[in-house]
Design a protein around this ligand. Structure first.
Ligand code: PRP
Length: 233
């Protein structure tokens, strides 16, 4: 890993460089996001990263370790909590399925109460990229009128899913809608969306683990890894 997260507002060390070079997301909290490059990946010859979970030889590297994820989630939780009050607990909307690991760890790291809702959407497009045309597979179970909503996303790739979701939720009369995203691929963004809290800016490599899948596999890994090219080429 390179550098240190010296601008981290909470002082938690993640051993990853603060974002530089990549364009910050509109509305992003300064100093919260760490930049991860392909050079930060720990290659497979040091260890087989997926072997503990039965994915022997399928991943080429760990990009963000479980410890780094948890340290960052603690930082994100502190940042979100600082913007909310006990009187109006945030309503966390977990965007299934990818965000499920992040949401459960994030809710547990929040030093204030929160409430949980789940939404499942699917984007028409190829297996690896979305089109921006989104269909709701599972909608919220309750009215969000007047609520302070925080969308919890695992990854912003093109930004199309999130852009659609923000517009959709805005029609339902919430008091506010913020976004906390664990990962963002700045080079893949097609539409700019306001994202207040971002954990890591990552390269456009094929990432799996910690909720992220390829053909529904690898979501169960506790870290974010790079899928070996031989698995999808
Ligand atoms: C992933 C991810 C985001 C979306 C991001 O979901 O969880 O919701 O893609 O991509 P975008 O920025 O290009 O729109 P996916 O549709 O793969 O479903 P999943 O969460 O069930 O894996």
């Amino acid at each position: 890993m390179t550098g240190s997260d010296s601008s981290n507002p909470t002082g938690t060390t993640t051993e990853l460089a603060a974002t530089d070079g990549a364009a910050p997301a509109p509305g992003a909290t300064p100093g919260l996001t760490s930049r991860v490059t392909s050079d930060d990946a720990v290659p497979i010859d040091e260890a087989d990263p997926g072997a503990d979970h039965g994915y022997d030889g399928e991943l080429s590297a760990i990009l963000i370790s479980a410890d780094q994820l948890q340290a960052k989630i603690a930082d994100l939780a502190v940042a979100v909590a600082a913007d909310h009050h006990l009187e109006s607990p945030p309503l966390l909307i977990c965007v299934l399925k990818g965000a499920v690991m992040f949401t459960t760890d994030f809710a547990r790291a929040l030093p204030i109460p929160s409430e949980l809702e789940f939404m499942a959407v699917t984007s028409y497009g190829s297996a690896t990229s979305s089109s921006g045309v989104v269909r709701i597979l599972k909608d919220l179970d309750r009215d969000i009128t007047g609520r302070r909503v925080v969308i919890v996303e695992d990854i912003i790739d093109s930004g199309l899913t999130l852009s659609w979701l923000l517009k959709n939720l805005a029609t339902r009369g919430p008091a506010s809608v913020d976004v906390v995203a664990l990962l963002r691929k700045p080079e893949a963004i097609k539409v700019d969306v306001e994202v207040r809290y971002i954990g890591f800016d990552i390269p456009t490599d094929f990432v799996v683990g910690y909720g992220l899948d390829y053909n529904e596999r690898y979501r169960d890994l506790p870290f974010v890894g790079l899928l070996g090219e031989h698995m999808y080429r």
